[in-house]
Design a protein around this ligand. Structure first.
Ligand code: DX5
Ligand code: ZN
Length: 228
């Protein structure tokens, strides 16, 4: 199958109802989500705590699309197998999380997952230039990780540079933080194909009014596609 560069929307369940994850995941998928983004935080690499492997394994039972797991933890390597067992399709580690990102990417692929690397706003894109041959996805952070609902930090120049570094390699460019119908087109024009959105997808809706999620997802997708 050829590499899919089309626009994909990945709602972050960090903005879902934490007492109702199963139905929230079903609702966003029924309303057009392409991937489901799961934010794992350790209270050390970022100042917030979220989901361990048993929680992620419970989400997996409801995810029919792609489970995209974003690790905001340090160290990473000791947990790779646990998140593989939990059913992650894509596992993303931060380049800032330790000194051996090359080893981490190899270990993620060896555990049978797609390997992603995330890059904080303050980190130059050259930090990941030499691992692109063993990378399936680069996640460009457009907020400082740790919380949903933060203000978008413009990383257009970084994404353009990354697009050029990737060349024709089959590597996804994912954007995470502050994505909405105003900001997503800037990133689409710069070369991104996966758009994580938490607050902009879940705002105004609920499992009893899932059509709001559908409208929100469609609005981000349409704005991003219009920029291509
Ligand atoms: C931030 C997380 C994001 C977050 C995005 O640390 O990695 O995935 O949930 O939330 P919004 O779309 O509200 O910025
Ligand atoms: Zn994330």
């Amino acid at each position: 199958m050829s590499f899919d560069r089309s626009i994909k929307i990945a709602p972050s369940i960090l903005s879902a109802d934490f007492a109702d994850f199963g139905r929230e995941i079903q609702a966003i998928e029924a309303q057009g989500a392409d991937w489901v983004h799961v934010d794992v935080m350790d209270g050390h690499f970022v100042p917030n705590l979220t989901f361990g492997p048993p929680a992620v394994a419970a989400f997996r039972k409801h995810v029919k699309t792609v489970m995209d797991v974003h690790l905001m933890i340090s160290p990473v390597d000791a947990y790779i197998d646990a998140y593989a067992q939990a059913g992650a399709d894509v596992l993303t580690a931060h380049v800032e999380a330790g000194p051996h990102i090359h080893r981490t990417m190899q270990a993620i692929r060896a555990a049978g997952m797609k390997a992603g690397v995330a890059v904080n706003p303050g980190t130059p894109i050259e930090a990941i230039e030499h691992i692109l041959d063993i990378t399936d996805l680069v996640c460009i952070m457009t907020v400082n990780p740790g919380f949903g609902g933060q203000k978008y930090i413009d990383m257009t120049a970084k994404v353009r540079k990354l697009r050029a570094l990737i060349g024709d390699r089959p590597v996804h460019i994912e954007i995470d933080g502050g994505m909405d119908p105003t900001t997503a087109p800037l990133m689409a024009a710069a070369g991104a194909d996966v758009f994580v959105a938490g607050s902009a997808v879940f705002k105004g809706g609920s499992v009893s009014t899932p059509e709001v999620y559908g409208k929100n997802i469609a609005a981000i997708r349409a704005a991003a596609q219009a920029a291509l």
